[in-house]
Design a protein around this ligand. Structure first.
Ligand code: GTP
Ligand code: MG
Length: 635
């Protein structure tokens, strides 16, 4: 059976709660204070089975002071029942609630004229005309209007028929999103533990699921699920849902927190959004203004930074703005919210999150940010993903970061990812996506950097990777950097060798003088044999000298593997070591034990202990010998 959520809206005392009771038999005013004062203070709930459709009602308070509570229930509804008392007609909170519904993107509903029994036909017609006037040009223009009396029951059956029809027609909830349950109540139930309730705005919650409670960041397990007071295995989007949570105390849960599947969402404190300021707003929305943001069932204080040239969004206008929340919350692309003034509290306008993980930025970047937000507002998932990846720059965007920005299910992310890659605008580097433009730009900059290095240091093989990493990926993940270098290698003319990156065409062009010096240094090592000189000694003897330049000449011999480092600054010529290995094998052949100790080694080679120990350790490393106690087995 289809489940939909119907929210009431309207001015105080206009008969919202009485209407819900006339329809369902349930009194949604559950607090003693509500019953005593005869007004609704907090949101209340009731449900109605209409055959093809099952309706969950969220009944909201009309009092001006409780709009905050009204907002905790007004999100996530399929239909609004705008309640107008025929004897009073349209009043301030009729307008405010209606504005809120429009700003929250409610797309369908009906108008109920209540207290029909208290008015004559003339007054009823007047209320009807005012109601029609109010909704002209909005989603409720042309919507059904029904006059009822909750006292006599007049019109209630007709209203049920209309609700059934609207409910049947109401579009199914999008299946693109993971489960999100904004919590509007949390309490302890004897024998069960923590129970939370809310309107499940997307996805499914199953018994046994692991969920994250945000922004607390606590992992919990679903012990049980109830819909309309009945235990179920699974709750689906569009149902009023109660969840019994394990591993957490109800006292740690507050209205406004959110449940979602483990690891999918992250909290944020800076978002960029499109904003609509109400015509009736007392003044423009301006930068540095402190406002209240109502999103899901949450309320947070926030500073505004208007992203328009004028620095303000005037009453009745739309524009882009950044919101810096004073406490974190989990918001994603497409989340609607309501903006209210800090004090006195009044609804100023509403917004739609476009970039949920925005950053503070320089004023001159504002035009580029507006362009990005326009794209995010208009695009399909592939376009939106491409934009997020572009905005992420060199660091790219991981799969998890995309999930946290969008609350998209895996299939949606994968589909968008494939499409973005196919279009050529995005490149995948392992699980990270990077913008093709950013990648090409980076490649160019890195090439220029290496070219400059080759010019500065013609005798060096190339630029250490570490230098590149710090310059271009400072703070980024080393894995991503490694993968990027590999991409750059296949994409273009780079060659990476161990810790060094060079341009493919870079070759060492030695001057005749340098070549002579190199040969002289090599000769010193060759002639010295196993009695290798220290580096300073070799440099002096060969005439290379101890300058920076001399060190580079030495490096050339190391790079070409003519010289082999055996220990610290102790180098031997490759041919000398080869000869040593040959002599060791000859010794092994003539020795029945095939083993050697330090004394015998010194005897064969004629070297002192200073060389013998490092050379034997070198032979161990080369797996020519293997140390066994005081002796070495020749392998
Ligand atoms: N005669 C008559 N009285 C009604 C009708 N509907 C509601 N009332 C009365 O109007 C008063 C207010 O009704 P509620 O249902 O509490 O109004 P509400 O809109 O829920 O008020 P808040 O939740 O405080 O905003 C109560 O005394 C109801 O009995 C109706 O159709 N006819
Ligand atoms: Mg009420």
């Amino acid at each position: 059976m289809k489940s939909i959520i119907v929210g009431t809206a309207g001015h105080i005392d206009h008969g919202k709660t009485a209407l819900v009771r006339a329809l369902t038999g349930i009194d949604a005013d559950r607090l003693p204070e509500e019953k005593r004062r005869g007004i609704t203070i907090d949101i209340g709930f009731a449900d109605l089975d209409l055959g093809e459709v099952r309706i969950g009602f969220v009944d909201v308070p009309g009092h001006e002071r409780f709009v905050k509570n009204m907002l905790a229930g007004a999100h996530g509804i399929d239909l609004v029942a705008l309640v107008i008392a025929a004897d009073e007609s349209v009043m301030p909170q009729t307008r405010e609630h209606f504005d809120i519904c429009r700003l929250l993107g409610v797309t369908d509903g009906l108008i109920v004229l209540t207290k029909k029994d208290l008015v004559d036909n003339e007054l009823l017609q007047l209320a009807l005309a005012e109601a029609e006037d109010l909704v002209k040009g909005s989603f409720l223009e042309g919507a059904p209007i029904v006059a009822v009396s909750s006292r006599t029951g007049d019109g209630i059956d007709e209203l049920k028929d209309i609700l059934r029809e609207l409910g049947t027609k109401a579009p199914a909830r999008s299946e693109h999103f993971v489960a999100r349950l904004p919590i509007d109540r949390a309490f302890t139930m004897k024998g069960f533990g923590a129970v939370v309730t809310g309107t499940l705005i997307a996805g499914q919650i199953n018994e046994g699921d692991e969920l994250d409670l945000l922004p607390a960041g606590v992992r919990t397990r679903v012990r049980g699920v109830q819909v309309h007071g009945q235990p179920v295995k699974q709750a689906s989007a569009g149902q009023r849902t109660a969840v019994n949570l394990g591993g957490i105390d109800a006292a740690a849960i507050e209205r406004g927190m959110l449940l979602s599947h483990v690891g999918r969402l992250r909290t944020t404190q800076i978002v960029n959004a499109s904003v609509q300021v109400l015509k009736a707003a007392p003044r423009a929305l301006r930068s540095r203004q402190r406002v209240r943001i109502h999103i899901g069932a949450a309320e947070v204080l926030s500073r505004v930074r208007v992203l328009e040239e004028s620095g303000e969004i005037k009453a009745g206008n739309a524009g882009f703005a950044q919101f810096r929340f004073e406490s974190p919350l989990a918001g994603v692309l497409g989340d609607r919210f309501i903006i209210r003034s800090y004090s006195p509290q009044a609804t100023i306008g509403g917004g739609l999150i476009l970039d949920p993980f925005a950053a503070k930025h320089r004023a001159r970047d504002t035009p580029a940010i507006r362009t990005s937000l326009q794209t995010l507002a208009a695009g399909n998932p592939a376009v939106q993903l491409t934009q997020f990846v572009f905005d992420a720059g060199r660091r790219g965007l991981t799969y998890e970061a995309i999930a946290a920005r969008t609350a998209w299910r895996d299939e949606v992310i994968e589909h968008a990812r494939e499409e973005a890659i196919r279009s050529g605008n995005v490149i995948a580097v392992e699980r990270t996506l990077i913008s093709r433009g950013v990648f090409d730009d980076l490649l160019r900059q890195i090439t220029v950097e290496i070219q400059a290095h080759h010019r500065r240091e013609p005798l060096a093989r190339g630029l250490p990777k570490e230098v590149l990493r710090e310059r271009f990926f400072g703070g980024g993940s080393p894995d991503f950097f490694r993968a990027m270098i590999a991409e750059l290698e296949t994409a273009e003319s780079l060659v990476a060798e161990k810790e060094i990156v060079r341009l493919r065409e870079h070759t060492l062009e030695l001057s005749a003088d340098d070549a002579r010096l190199r040969d002289a240094l090599e000769a010193v090592y060759l002639e010295a044999g196993l009695a290798a000189p220290s580096v300073p000694e070799a440099m002096t003897r060969s005439g290379v000298g101890s300058s920076q330049h001399g060190r580079r000449i030495l490096q050339l011999l190391i790079d070409s593997r003519a010289l082999v480092k055996v220990h610290g600054d102790m180098f031997f010529h490759r041919d000398v070591l080869k000869d040593l290995v040959r002599r060791i094998s000859e010794y092994a052949a003539s020795n029945s034990e095939r083993s050697i100790d330090v004394t015998a080694f010194k005897g064969i080679t004629g070297v002192s202990r200073k060389y013998a120990i490092p050379l034997l350790e070198y032979l161990d490393r080369q797996r020519i010998t293997r140390r066994e106690g005081e002796r070495r087995v020749i392998l």
